[in-house]
Design a protein around this ligand. Structure first.
Ligand SMILES: O=C(O)C(=O)C[C@]1(C(=O)O)C=C[C@@H](O)C=C1
Length: 297
């Protein structure tokens, strides 16, 4: 078995990705909510009224970013998923062939539309101060790394799922053949690991979010300025984002993948050919290029 599929290696990549997510949240939190950035047509953007559909500034910046990153192979890596997978540019670098570690069903799983929706509707309102400071370009460009980091973390569920399948092939295969999504969800869930993730994330935000000065850390101002450090983002908020959004969506990717895991064997004995809200990612079913799992390969 490839070390890219060791659950310990995959979990250490998930732990490192927490830092990326938290720092990208801290950066975005400098600016107000800036609702026009997310409202189609509120800010006119070039070339974005194709097919009668109107686009927001965020969609414009995201798509333009993917045009550049896609040209240097970002989305040929199996741990990266484009938000506009049908619109990717030609490569300017020769393609890389990664050793195959995922089942081919992985290629068609991409829940980025859902990730973008929950980011805008459920994460941003807690992360940012309400209102408008007119820093629209800064907000949108800082949303991009937040979305990319969330997308990578959540789609890592494919690697987790493959590792779990290989550890218990008979148990998973029986549930897959029965089309038992709830049973698969129960088998892959580890409540103790989830509790540790939430607590670690809370501590990381409380540490990384401090204002460090040459004398120590800046204390919170105001009536209850009781010496507690001033924080750039609320640890409880990010802990809740992990508990209620990041881990449930990671598990959703795991279930979608597992339901399809047997489709390629003997003409499709699995039950998942039409499961989930997936569309083509074009990412390839190979091992990740930039993760701890990949470096340990
Ligand atoms: O580490 C695992 O076993 C995973 O499946 C990943 C993860 C997570 O998203 O962090 C998801 C489900 C488990 O219940 C625990 C953690």
């Amino acid at each position: 078995m490839s070390s890219a599929l060791s659950l310990a290696n995959i979990r250490s990549s998930l732990i490192r990705q927490e830092d990326t997510i938290i720092f990208s949240f801290i950066e975005r939190a400098q600016f107000c909510r800036n609702l026009p950035v997310y409202t189609p047509d509120a800010i006119p953007v070039p070339g974005f009224d194709r097919c009668g559909r109107r686009y927001s500034l965020l969609e414009y910046v995201l798509r333009q970013t993917e045009q550049l990153h896609g040209s240097v192979r970002r989305y040929t890596s199996p741990d990266e998923h484009a938000f506009f997978p049908d619109d990717l540019p030609p490569l300017v670098l020769p393609p890389i062939t990664y050793p195959s570690v995922l089942d081919p069903c992985a290629d068609a799983i991409n829940i980025n539309d859902q990730i973008r929706r929950v980011y805008v509707d459920d994460i941003l309102p807690g992360l940012t101060v309400p209102g408008d400071d007119f820093n629209y370009g800064s907000s949108a460009t800082l949303d991009v790394p937040c979305l990319q980091a969330l997308s990578k973390r959540i789609h890592y569920g494919k690697f987790v799922a493959e590792a779990k399948f290989l550890a218990k092939p008979e148990e998973y295969s029986a549930l897959i053949r029965a089309g038992d999504a709830d049973g698969i969800m129960e088998l892959l869930t580890d409540k103790e690991v989830e509790r540790r993730v939430v607590e670690r994330v809370r501590r990381k935000v409380a540490t990384f979010g401090q204002d460090v000065t040459e004398h120590g850390t800046a204390a919170a101002a105001g009536a209850n300025g009781d010496g507690a450090p001033r924080l750039k983002v609320s640890p409880d908020l990010v802990a809740r984002v992990y508990e209620e959004i990041v881990m449930p969506l990671t598990k959703e990717v795991e279930v979608i993948y597992l339901l399809r895991r047997l489709d390629s064997q003997q003409g499709g004995t699995g039950a998942g050919s039409s499961a989930g809200s997936a569309s083509s990612s074009g990412s390839g079913s190979t091992s990740p290029s930039t993760s701890a799992a990949a470096t340990a390969r």
